[in-house]
Design a protein around this ligand. Structure first.
Ligand code: GLU
Length: 303
C-alpha cells in the first residue's frame, strides 16, 4: 500500500475550538498509526475574514496540542492561479456560467415562490438552489449587468456536469476513529456511498473577488498534495458528493473519505468559532492543560 497522506485543513477566520482539536489530533494520530504523513493546509481563500494574526494563533494552538506537520504549509491564498486553471478547464467543457443575482435577489425570489406554494429545492446546508438569472431578471437587465461588468459568481451547471459524468457518482467511506497502533487492514475497508450531487444544485466555483470556492480549491489541493485519506467532520459529509463530481470532471484521483463525529456543546449544538468557551486559546488562558483538552473531546491522552 502507498504511504497514507492525511491532512488537517482549517480556515484561519477565527480561533480553533475543541472540535478542531479533535479533528487535528485524529488526523495526526492516524498518520502515526499507519506510518503515514500528516499535512496542515491553511484554507484562507476568504482573504477578508482570514488574517495573518489568526493564522499565527492557529499554528500556535496546534503546536500547543503537541502536533507537528510537514513544512512548508500550503496556504491557499498563495495559489489562486492554480484554482483558476481548474476553473478554466471546467469552463472549457462548457459546464459553468456567470451568475449575476445577488444574495438578496435570490432570497426574495425564493421567498415569493414559496409564498406562492412552490416547494423550492434547498441544498444540504439549507441554501436555496440558484434560480438562474433569467428567472428573475429581464433580458435587458441581464445584458446591462454583463456589459457593466457587474459582480458575478461562476457556478457549475450541475445538470450538464452530471450528463457529462454519465455514471452514478460514489465515494469510499472508511472508519473515522483513532486506529490502533499500528492500524489494521480493517481501517482501510471502505463502504461505497452513492453520492447525490444534484441535491446541491449549481454550486459556486468562484466569485468575482475570490477566483475560487471551498469546493474547487479543496479538491484541487487534496489531489496536488497527494492526500489519500480525507478525514473531517460529519458536517462535510454531504459536500463529498460535490467533491467527487469535481474530481471526476477534473480527472483527479479519488481519496478515501472518513467523516468523524462532531464535538458538541453542552446544549448539543455544533461548536462555533465565535463561542469563546470552547476556544483553545481561552481554555489555555483559563489554565487548561492538553490532557484536559483530550478529556473534553473524549480521546485517550497517550500521545
Ligand atoms: N476548511 C474547512 C473548514 O475549516 C475544512 C475543509 C475540509 O476538511 O475538507 O471547515
Amino acid at each position: 500500500m502507498t504511504v497514507p497522506v492525511f491532512r488537517f485543513a482549517p480556515s484561519p477566520n477565527g480561533h480553533l475550538h475543541l472540535g478542531h482539536a479533535y479533528s487535528a489530533i485524529l488526523n495526526y494520530r492516524a498518520a502515526q498509526a499507519t506510518g503515514g504523513r500528516f499535512l496542515l493546509r491553511v484554507e484562507d481563500i476568504d482573504t477578508v475574514r482570514c488574517t495573518p494574526e489568526l493564522e499565527r494563533d492557529m499554528l500556535e494552538d496546534l503546536a500547543w496540542l503537541g502536533l507537528t506537520w510537514e513544512k512548508p504549509v500550503l496556504r491557499q491564498s498563495e495559489n489562486f492561479l492554480i484554482y483558476e486553471d481548474a476553473l478554466r478547464k471546467l469552463e472549457g467543457m462548457d459546464l459553468t456560467y456567470r451568475a449575476y443575482l445577488t444574495r438578496a435577489e435570490i432570497k426574495r425570489f425564493v421567498a415569493e415562490q414559496e409564498a406562492a406554494g412552490v416547494s423550492w429545492p434547498h441544498d444540504p446546508d439549507g441554501a436555496p438552489h440558484y434560480p438562474g438569472d433569467r428567472a428573475v431578471l429581464n433580458d435587458e437587465e441581464c445584458r446591462r449587468r454583463f456589459e457593466a461588468d457587474a459582480p458575478f459568481a461562476v457556478r457549475l451547471d450541475m445538470r450538464r456536469a452530471l450528463e457529462r459524468v454519465r455514471e452514478p457518482v460514489t465515494w469510499q467511506e472508511c472508519a473515522a476513529e483513532i486506529p490502533s497502533n499500528p492500524a489494521g487492514a480493517g481501517w482501510f475497508e471502505a463502504r461505497k456511498i452513492p453520492a447525490d450531487p444534484a441535491a446541491w444544485g449549481d454550486v459556486i466555483l468562484a466569485r468575482k473577488d475570490t477566483p475560487t470556492s471551498y469546493h474547487l480549491s479543496v479538491v484541487v489541493d487534496d489531489a496536488r498534495q497527494g492526500v489519500t485519506d480525507v478525514m473531517r467532520g460529519r458536517d462535510l459529509y454531504h459536500a463529498t458528493s460535490v467533491h467527487r463530481v469535481l474530481q471526476v470532471l477534473l480527472e483527479l484521483p479519488e481519496p478515501r473519505y472518513r467523516h468523524h463525529r462532531l464535538i458538541l456543546d453542552v446544549d448539543g449544538r455544533k461548536l462555533a468559532k465565535s463561542d469563546r468557551s470552547t476556544s483553545l486559546r481561552d481554555l489555555r488562558t483559563a489554565g487548561f492543560q492538553v490532557p484536559d483538552v483530550h478529556e473534553r473531546i473524549g480521546i485517550l491522552a497517550d500521545m
